[in-house]
Design a protein around this ligand. Structure first.
Ligand code: G6Q
Length: 542
């Protein structure tokens, strides 16, 4: 029998539908007017983060029904199954145990009967020793010169986390090291990342779980040639290349000393791996203590997610509010708006975390869903976005929900800059919620003909995440918050957030197109007529 999706048949879901039909249109203006305490009541705190969700379009009743839904889909036991290391990634038959990467020494987490925490800490200790050597100048290049540059080569989960974390924690980084990141197979990425670097002073980290990813292998090979071309000795590879990978054989075949491989495990998904050895570039930049503080932040949020009652549980609340926005209010996208320049790559990082995880159309047992799943995530740091796409969020025809992220303290206090920044962040959430009515505009002297253009409907939902300042621990907590929000939503939508079959087809097709592009002769082009014509055109113009 063809499996059927269950979600919409659940009484808890039907209750939400009925509730939405009754009061889904209520305006935030009225909700705030009716409850002077709303701004303080609709808030929760955990792991150093304060979440204000009072500007979400929910009432106490909505929250109660959403929490009923969380119980109906058995969220609590599903969280436990993840933390216990069960093989919850069903299609790949493995655990999804990123929480073990930040478990405290001595904590016991077993996979297939084996405690994985000692191995996690053994790798962390090796990373720490290596990072200290490089940062202290004890790890030298082939000709004895100090390493000044570190280039991380990796893509997807082996790039986005490391780049984001480096940018986010740059304030804490050792400025003597130049950090670069190469991901794209487009040669420009490598060329621009290395054009001003001296190979004798450059260390490459080849970060690839499988050590077989086409882009990463192409870039690693180019790096090898670039390095050996200058240093002229195969033995230089041992001083200028280290690997982060689960694939020991392929690392050795590349010529990297097995002693310079930092391993991790198949129960760490790429987009959940920034706390593993994939974070080696992060540790090189910020040092062991800051890296461990970041893991501490992750861990604090893990504990909060596992232990806090759902009504005060940040990832659960954000997950449920996201479901409400997406499935009931019709918001198909979420804008992530960090009012913190150091978080400029955070939206890009979140895009992979959220969309590769929850961009799925079938349930865990293969039924085609009859409801929306993961929304589109996008964003830019404030205030820049205000001068660009905020127009659509305020006055466009589609509903976008926003996550505004802000910090009470600046890392670079400069005159009034931080107050200006914060004032903008808070003003935007108020403007999005309350808008500006025709009456208010008239009272301000707006002429009638201009009113339709100047009216802000408001009622645009936002969540505000506030922390004291952007520290390594706060970054860890923030990332873990989104990881667990994604998990919460995947449980509601009954999908597997830990696989990514949707990236396979394009990879396979590229493998077929490459020979056609590279061959000189006109081959029997076995593709569709559009692809054939494009191949021919590219070849003619090479
Ligand atoms: C993430 C994905 C994917 C992966 C890259 C790189 O969850 O699995 O983005 O991280 O394809 O893979 P490798 O690390 O194996 O090179």
């Amino acid at each position: 029998m063809t499996p059927q999706p269950r979600l919409r048949t659940l009484p808890a879901w039907k209750a939400l539908e009925a509730h939405h039909a009754r009061c889904g249109g209520e305006h935030l203006r009225d909700l705030f007017a009716a409850d002077p305490e709303r701004g303080e009541r609709f808030a929760a705190e955990g792991a150093g983060l304060y979440l204000d969700y009072s500007k979400q379009r929910v009432t106490d009743e909505t929250l109660r029904l959403l929490l009923d839904l969380a119980r109906a889909v058995e969220l609590r036991p599903r969280i436990e199954a993840m933390f216990r290391g069960e093989a919850i990634n069903l299609t790949e038959r493995r655990a999804a145990l990123h929480v073990a990467l930040r478990a405290a020494r001595g904590q016991v987490i077993t996979v297939d009967g084996q405690d994985v925490v000692p191995a996690v800490h053994a790798v962390l200790d090796r990373m720490a020793a290596f990072s200290a050597q490089v940062r202290d100048g004890d790890w030298r290049g082939h000709d004895g010169r100090r390493i000044q540059n570190v280039v991380n080569i990796g893509i997807g989960g082996s790039d986005l986390g490391p780049v984001m974390a480096y940018e986010a924690l740059r304030h804490y980084s050792d400025r003597r090291l130049t950090m670069r990141f190469v991901a794209n197979v487009d040669g420009t990425d490598f060329a621009e990342a290395t054009r001003d670097l001296d190979p004798a002073e450059t260390l490459f980290i080849v970060a690839s779980k499988t050590f077989s990813t086409q882009e990463t292998m192409a870039n690693a090979q180019t790096a090898r040639e670039w390095c050996l071309g200058a240093l002229g000795d195969e033995r230089a590879v041992a001083r200028h290349f280290v690997a982060v990978s689960t694939n020991a054989e392929a690392v050795a075949a590349f010529g990297i000393d097995p002693a310079n491989r930092f391993g991790f495990w198949d129960w760490v998904g790429g987009r959940y791996s920034m706390g593993s050895a994939i974070g080696l570039s992060t540790m090189l930049a910020i040092g062991e203590d800051c890296f461990r503080a970041m893991l501490g932040g992750f861990h604090a949020m893990d504990e909060h997610f596992r232990g806090a009652p759902f009504e005060r549980n940040l990832p659960v609340l954000m997950g449920l509010l996201g479901v409400w926005n997406c499935n009931f209010l019709g918001a198909r996208s979420v804008a992530v708006l960090p009012y913190e320049q150091y978080l400029k790559r955070f939206p890009a990082y979140l895009q992979q975390l959220t969309m590769e995880s929850n961009g799925k159309r079938v349930t865990r047992d293969g039924a085609v869903v009859d409801y929306q799943t993961g929304p589109v995530y996008w964003g830019e740091p404030g205030t820049n976005g205000q001068h660009s796409f905020y127009q659509l969020i305020h006055q466009g025809t589609q509903l976008v929900s926003c996550d505004v992220i802000a910090f009470a303290q600046a890392l670079n206090p400069l005159g009034r800059h931080h107050d200006l920044l914060l004032a903008n962040a808070l003003a935007q959430t108020a403007a999005l919620a309350f808008g500006k009515t025709a009456d208010e505009l008239r009272a301000d002297g707006t002429p009638d003909w201009l009113l339709p253009h100047r009216v802000f409907e408001g009622n645009r939902p936002t969540s505000t995440l506030l922390a004291q300042r952007l520290t390594p621990a706060v970054l860890g907590a923030l990332v873990a918050l989104y990881e667990h929000q994604v998990f919460t939503q995947s449980v509601i939508w009954d999908i597997n957030p830990f696989d990514q079959w949707g990236v396979e087809l394009g990879k396979a097709l590229a493998g077929h197109i490459l020979p056609a592009l590279e061959s000189g002769a006109e081959p029997a082009l076995g593709h569709d007529s559009s692809t054939n014509a494009l191949i021919r055109r590219c070849r003619e113009r090479r």
